[in-house]
Structure formats: structure tokens, C-alpha cells
Write a protein that binds this ligand. Structure first.
Ligand SMILES: Cc1ncc(COP(=O)(O)O)c(C=O)c1O
Length: 414
């Protein structure tokens, strides 16, 4: 990693040139602030998807050339994404979505566990990493809830410790909630779980768009995210570390049980979209080459690009937080300090979040309102279900001008 990374700035002109959405008339003048719902797609991914659909749309892994290339591109996607995430290739797999990946994993845990054993879930998570686990109560698994602070939305590791004992096999929690926005200390939480003999399942969906992490270093047993929020196609990306992946019963075809990356993806793979996931690695490499040059392995390149993205996002997040935190009619959900959170900013207002999003749309701001499938967290914080929140979420391709546009629109609307 270069020594002067901390002084480097992200070149947003270069970044935006990688996204066709910023060049099309249909989206001109509209500032996009619903990135936590799904990001724009980078051209590297679109190019690979187009090439696959036009040149390789055949059953992959056969000996003829189009098929060989199709299979090779699918393998490339898995190999390169695994390398960026600091794990082995066969520890990574692609499924239709994070919700479905978590569902399949829950079935596997249900087969492995015995009634009376326990799983810890949070009330901070999106439903995807909560509902499938809670449902195992019907099969005799005890579900223990790690609760957020009702005022701040914060998850305190000390509160988890009280819930842990020898019966707990798994702790599920988010790297960052899609409404609270606070970044949770994954390594610390995983260490607590491991000390009690439990595995961890981390929902990285709201964190990964702000930079890929070295999952190997971070330490969880499972790390999930959704590629359609990380500039890629509509796929769920799932890392299951080897020890756990070998222990959990196979959920795929019986003859695939010996192939680690096929064990938790019973659906047939979406060949084109899996192949297009290599475009996310191309994009990281393009950012790295433009800002830093050559050198470093994939995980270090991922880390350097993560740090560049994060620095840019923090710089833009500070004025937005300042603009909303001081308003009487606004309750900011989660921390008011940019360094502690992702740029996913939920606001509870005196009227419905969706109604305010509609008013913002008229001002050229694309944002959303509702509960974003994180109703448990919002209810625990006393947010009125009927109103939900307004959510403003951005990523590294957002500019200071767009933040100013948003703040001016909020001034008019709130
Ligand atoms: C934090 C979080 N987790 C999980 C999901 C579910 O992901 P998917 O749509 O891939 O099932 C979402 C989707 O919005 C999310 O925001």
C-alpha cells in the first residue's frame, strides 16, 4: 500500500466516467440519494454482461470455445472477488440475493443444530439476516435477541456477552444497519462469539458499497453482501469460511457436496450475472491503477480503494449530518459523527418519509421513504410505523455539488 494514501483524494471525474448513468440524458440533473437500495452499475460490469449475452450465452463448461469462455469468466469472477475479499476461491459463492443466501444458510444450520441450542439475532438487522433465523424457533432452536439502545440505535458488545453461553451456535449481526448506519466492530464481536464457541454471520450489504473489506482479516465465519449495491449485477455474494462450510450440511445437489462453493446455492447459477461480477474487480483495479498505479495484491488493492472511497464519503457526510442534526423537526437515526457511520442517513420526521421523498423528487433528488425492511430497528427506536423514515444514502461517486443540491432541497422541503 502506498505511504501517502492518507493524502490522496478520490478523482470523482474519473469515477463518474466509469458509470454510464452519469452520461445519459434521462438522469441528467438528478442527484441520486437512494444508493443503499441499489447503486448505479459500472461500465465494466455492463460490458461483461453485454459480452456474455451476445457472445457466450450457452451452457458453460463444455469443450467448445464459447462455452469454455463462459465458464472461464464465471470462474474468473469468483477467483478475483475472493482474492479482493482475502478468502479462498471456493469459500465464495454467488446466489440470487442475500435474502435467499441467508435463507439457505438457515436451513443448513437447522439441520446441524439440535433443539435447545441457540442463535443470537439483533433487532438492528434488515429482515434478511433476522427473519430466516428467527423462524428456526419453530424447529426448537432458541432465539436470543441482542437489542439496540432505543435512543441511539447502538449495539453494545457488553450486552451480547450476557447472551452468550455454550448453547449458542451462531451470532448474526450487521456490519452496518441500513437505517442506523453505524459501523459495528465485526472483529471484536466475532472474537466474543468465538470465545463462547459460536460462529458469526455478518450482513455486509450496507457496508460493502463503501469499500470491500478483507473478510479474512475481519474474521467472521459468514459475510454476505449484494452485488447490485456494489456497482454490479443483481446477485448475492456469500463468503462461508472453510471450517464452517465443511461442517454445515450440503444444501445443493448431493453430487455437488464435495465442491465447497456449491454447497449453499441450490438454485442453478445465473451464468451471465456471475460472470459479470468480475466487472466489479475490474472497477476496483481501474480505480487503483488511476490513483495509485501498479503493484500490490488484490486484497491490498481492495483495501486502498476502500480507504479512498471512505475518506471521500466521510468528507461529504459531515456537512450533510451537520445540516440535518440541528433541525427541531428532524430526528437523525444513528450517530451524528461521520467517522462512525456509513453515508446512509435515515431521518424520522413529523410526516411520512415517503411523502417527503416525493417532494424531494420534484427538486431533482432521488431518495426513498419507508422502513426499508428494518422495521424492527425503527420500532425499537420508537419511530412511528406509519411515517417510517426518509433515507438519504450516497456513495463515493457522489459529489460535493450533489450534497449542496440535497441540503438546499431539504431546506425548502423540511
Ligand atoms: C442491509 C441489507 N441486508 C440485506 C438486504 C437484502 O439483500 P437482497 O436484496 O440481496 O436480498 C438488504 C436489501 O436492501 C439490505 O439493505
Amino acid at each position: 500500500m502506498p505511504d501517502n494514501l492518507a493524502q490522496m483524494r478520490l478523482d470523482t471525474d474519473f469515477v463518474r466516467a466509469q458509470f454510464p448513468a452519469f452520461q445519459v440524458p434521462a438522469l441528467e440533473g438528478k442527484a441520486f440519494f437512494e444508493n443503499a437500495g441499489g447503486s448505479y452499475t459500472c461500465r465494466q460490469v455492463i460490458d461483461r454482461l453485454t459480452r456474455f449475452y451476445t457472445e457466450r450465452k450457452v451452457q458453460p463448461y463444455a469443450p467448445y470455445e464459447a462455452s469454455r469462455l463462459a465458464g472461464a469468466e464465471m470462474d474468473e469472477a469468483r477467483n478475483r472477488m475472493a482474492a479482493i475479499l482475502g478468502v479462498q476461491s471456493d469459500e465464495l459463492s454467488f446466489g440470487p440475493s442475500t435474502t435467499q443466501n441467508a435463507y439457505v444458510l438457515a436451513q443448513a444450520f437447522a439441520e446441524m443444530m439440535t433443539p435447545g441450542e441457540a442463535i443470537v439475532v439483533t433487532n438492528q438487522d434488515h429482515e434478511a439476516n433476522s427473519g430466516p433465523w428467527r423462524r428456526l424457533a419453530q424447529r426448537g432452536i432458541e432465539i436470543r435477541e441482542w437489542k439496540i439502545d432505543p435512543v441511539t440505535g447502538h449495539l453494545t458488545p457488553d450486552d451480547l456477552e450476557v447472551l452468550l453461553d455454550e448453547r449458542v451456535r451462531l451470532v448474526c449481526f450487521p456490519h452496518c444497519s441500513n437505517v442506523v448506519g453505524e459501523v459495528n466492530p465485526v472483529t471484536e464481536i466475532t472474537a466474543l462469539a468465538h470465545a463462547a464457541g459460536a460462529f458469526t454471520c455478518v450482513d455486509g450489504v450496507s457496508y460493502a458499497p463503501h469499500g470491500f473489506v478483507d473478510v479474512g482479516d475481519l474474521g467472521p465465519d459468514i459475510y454476505l453482501f449484494s452485488a447490485y449495491k456494489t456497482y454490479g449485477p443483481h446477485q448475492g455474494v456469500m463468503v462461508v469460511r472453510r471450517t464452517l462450510a465443511e461442517l454445515l450440511p450440503n444444501q445443493g445437489h448431493s453430487f455437488n457436496a464435495g465442491t465447497l462453493y456449491k454447497r449453499f446455492t441450490p438454485a442453478g447459477p445465473d451464468h451471465a450475472q456471475v460472470a459479470a461480477c468480475a466487472g466489479m474487480a475490474d472497477y476496483i483495479d481501474a480505480l487503483y491503477a488511476h490513483h495509485i498505479g501498479a503493484g500490490d495484491g488484490p486484497a491490498d488493492r481492495g483495501r486502498a480503494v476502500h480507504d479512498l472511497m471512505r475518506a471521500h464519503e466521510e468528507e461529504l457526510l459531515a456537512p450533510l449530518l451537520e445540516a440535518v442534526a440541528g433541525r427541531n423537526s428532524v430526528r437523525l437515526i444513528g450517530p451524528a459523527e461521520a467517522a462512525l457511520r456509513a453515508p446512509t442517513v435515515a431521518l424520522a420526521l413529523d410526516r411520512s418519509g415517503e411523502a417527503v421523498a416525493a417532494e424531494l423528487a420534484a427538486q431533482g433528488i432521488m431518495a426513498g421513504g419507508g422502513d426499508f425492511y428494518a422495521g424492527r430497528a425503527l420500532s425499537a427506536m420508537g419511530v412511528d410505523d406509519a411515517k417510517g423514515v426518509l433515507r438519504l444514502s450516497f456513495t463515493h461517486y457522489t459529489t460535493r455539488d450533489e450534497i449542496d443540491h440535497l441540503i438546499a432541497a431539504l431546506d425548502r422541503v423540511l
